[in-house]
Structures are given as structure tokens and as C-alpha cells.
Design a protein around this ligand. Structure first.
Ligand code: ATP
Length: 351
């Protein structure tokens, strides 16, 4: 089921929660809606589900205008952060509920419930009460309840936020596996960029009701279109060109990569002035042969990875040293340290 959103605007009184959003989600695709709290993700999700009346715009499922369809007719299933299960019912009753109201017969219903319980790895727990399940198990029941009605689209609203880190990783893999197996067009709301990158085919990054960028995980990570996306998608080093002679001289001399050099030759240095160079911590290579020199102002080691913040002529540059203990690199706050930028491609954005 392909989903098309055309010029969608949603308001709560005077507040514009979603502002002229255009989006196409392909049949079978998993799209992550990613953005900070209050940017309009849930509003957009509820709009697609038909849980909010449309203020302006058009929603099409497979090219058919469904903007005025009631929620039930849209056949969308939602999985929520708080699971939204019926606490007084058993696992089986919760999952069977949607089939009952759709008047499936009992033996069909039970066969489907068993099949789906097997799929979410909860076989045998049919008669457990919801209150006797762990958070991870409850979320699996919620997923099973959504899947059992064979929805045309699946809508996830921060489904894993209440789980601990390890369980979140296991569950997101499970959700992705099942979504791909069933081929259900899905939208997954999250404010966690790692979750968005791991679970989806594409990511739409939202801010203040607007979609700032849509693309695959590597497109939004490696080629953010603006500062907001660069900073939201992980740690971003951002330095302004044309403001610092030493930095410019090193960049212009051909290091870090030939693409900036060729762009300078093509368009002249003036073209790049005042634009922002964006690179990631893993692009910073610490080593004696480095052309840049700065001072370590902060460093922390997490497992085998050390993150080092370097003050370079007033710019804060964050470097990542993988395999720190084997790297032979030693650094403490206040040390002078040399580094290079290892950039295959230069990525510039406007200030
Ligand atoms: P979160 O990640 O915190 O759930 P979100 O990105 O899903 O946030 P929304 O819940 O869609 O954001 O909210 C978008 C904006 O609309 C926010 O400013 C919010 O305060 C406002 N809002 C949401 N629901 C209502 C409502 N029922 N009445 C009035 N304002 C609302």
C-alpha cells in the first residue's frame, strides 16, 4: 500500500503542529519519522490513521483519496509506547479482540492467534494476564495484536521507549524482521536517531512541523542538508570556511581530500567562503603526521572507543578513536595533539 501525503497541515487552535508536509511512502517501505519532542511526529501519524480530522491537504492510499475515510476503514494498526493493552484480559483475549469485532469465527481466530504468538516468540503464554508479563513481552503482545488484523499499514509511535537499551535493540530487530516478512508499509515514529537508522528504509527528519530532509540513513547521516539535520543525526563537527587562515590554507593545499581542492579550482575559494564544512568524529584521524594541531579539552572512553574533544583555533572538533587500547594513542586534557581530516568527499552546508 503506497501512502501519499500532499500538503498536509494540522492545527491545534492557533498552533500549527504539522506544516505543509509532502511525503510518499512506497508499498512495503518502513519510513522513520524522526525529530525532537513536539515537532509533530505523533500528530502526523494520527492524521494518517484517521484519528485526527484533517485541517488541510490530502492523503492517498494507492492513489485513492482517503482523506475523509473513517479510521476503521483505513485498516491501519497502531503500536503505542504505553502498549495500550487491556489489562484485565489475557494475552490471547487481547490479540483476538480485533478479530472478534471483525466477526471472525472462533477456530479461525484461535489459529491466527497461535500463529502470531509464534511469530512474536510468545507461544504458550495464551492465558497469561497482561500484568504478569514483562515490558518487552507486553510490547510483543501489542505488536501481535496489531499484526493479527492483517493491517494495510502499521504505525508505530515510539513503541520501544519504555524498554531498557538491550531489549530495545532486540525488539527493533524483531519488528523490522516481521515488517519485512509481511511486507507491510510502515511508519515508525521515534526521537532516537540510532533506532531510526537501524529500523527503516528511509528517514524523514522533522522540526517544528516541517520535514527538513528525507533520505536513507547514510544520506541523512553523511549528507545532511542543514545544521539541524547534521546535529540531530549524531555528533557533527561543523567549521566555517573563510574565517580562519590556517584552516583554509591546510584545506586549500589539497588536504584533506581532492574534492574540496577541485571545487576550489573550479569555482574559486570565494565560492566556499562562509559555508560550513561538516564532518563526523570518525573522519578525524589523530596521529603525529597530522597537519592540524589543537589542544585536548575533554576526553572520555566508552568500552574500546575514546571520544576526544579538541580545541582547534576556537573550533571544537570531536574525534573518535576506535580500538583505543590497541591504538597506542595517549591523550589527556591539556595535551597538544595533531590530527588530519580523512574525508572522501567534502560536505558543505549553508550557514
Ligand atoms: P513527542 O515526541 O513529545 O511525542 P511529537 O513530535 O510527537 O512529540 P506532537 O505530539 O505531534 O509532537 O505535538 C506537536 C505539537 O502540537 C506540540 O507543540 C504539542 O504540544 C502540540 N499538541 C499535541 N497534541 C495537542 C493537543 N491535543 N492539543 C493542543 N496541542 C497539542
Amino acid at each position: 500500500m503506497g501512502i501519499e501525503l500532499r500538503e498536509i497541515t494540522q492545527k491545534y487552535g492557533e498552533l500549527t503542529a504539522v506544516n505543509n508536509v509532502n511525503l510518499f511512502i512506497e508499498d512495503g517501505e518502513m519510513l522513520a519519522l524522526l525529530g525532537p519532542s513536539g515537532c509533530g511526529k505523533t500528530t502526523l501519524l494520527k492524521t494518517i490513521a484517521g484519528l485526527l480530522p484533517l485541517y488541510r491537504g490530502k492523503i492517498c492510499f494507492n492513489n485513492e483519496d482517503i482523506s475523509k475515510w473513517e479510521a476503521q476503514k483505513r485498516n491501519a494498526a497502531m503500536v503505542f509506547q504505553n502498549y495500550a493493552l487491556f489489562p484485565h484480559m489475557s494475552v490471547e483475549e487481547n490479540i483476538a479482540y480485533g478479530l472478534k469485532i471483525r466477526k471472525n469465527n472462533k477456530s479461525q481466530t484461535m489459529a491466527k492467534v497461535d500463529e502470531i504468538l509464534n511469530k512474536v516468540e510468545l507461544s504458550g503464554l495464551n492465558h497469561r494476564k497482561i500484568s504478569e508479563l514483562s515490558g518487552g513481552q507486553q510490547q510483543r503482545v501489542a505488536l501481535a495484536r496489531a499484526l493479527v488484523i492483517e493491517p494495510s499499514i502499521l504505525l508505530f509511535d515510539e513503541p520501544l521507549s519504555n524498554l531498557d537499551q538491550r531489549l530495545r535493540i532486540a525488539m527493533r530487530q524483531k519488528i523490522r524482521e516481521i515488517q519485512q516478512e509481511y511486507g507491510i508499509t510502515s511508519i515508525y515514529v521515534t526521537h532516537d536517531q540510532e533506532e531510526a537508522m537501524s529500523i527503516s528504509d528511509r528517514i524523514a527528519v522533522m522540526k517544528d512541523g516541517i520535514i527538513e530532509q528525507i533520505g536513507t540513513a547514510d544520506q541523512v547521516y553523511l549528507k545532511p542538508q542543514n545544521r539541524f539535520v547534521a546535529e540531530f543525526m549524531g555528533i557533527a563537527n561543523i567549521v566555517k570556511l573563510g574565517e580562519n587562515q590556517e584552516l583554509d590554507r591546510i584545506l586549500e593545499s589539497g588536504n584533506p581530500g581532492s574534492s574540496l581542492r577541485s571545487r576550489i579550482l573550479d569555482g574559486g575559494w570565494d565560492m566556499l567562503k562562509h559555508r560550513l564544512l561538516v564532518f563526523r568524529p570518525e573522519d578525524v584521524e589523530i596521529g603525529e603526521a597530522g597537519e592540524f594541531e589543537g589542544t585536548v579539552i575533554w576526553q572520555e572512553t566508552i568500552g574500546s572507543v575514546k571520544m576526544v574533544t579538541i580545541d582547534y583555533l576556537g573550533n571544537k572538533i570531536i574525534a573518535e578513536i576506535r580500538n583505543y587500547y590497541k591504538s597506542g594513542i595517549k591523550c589527556a586534557n591539556g595535551d597538544r595533539i595533531r590530527f588530519n581530516l580523512d574525508l572522501n568527499e567534502i560536505h558543505l552546508i549553508d550557514d
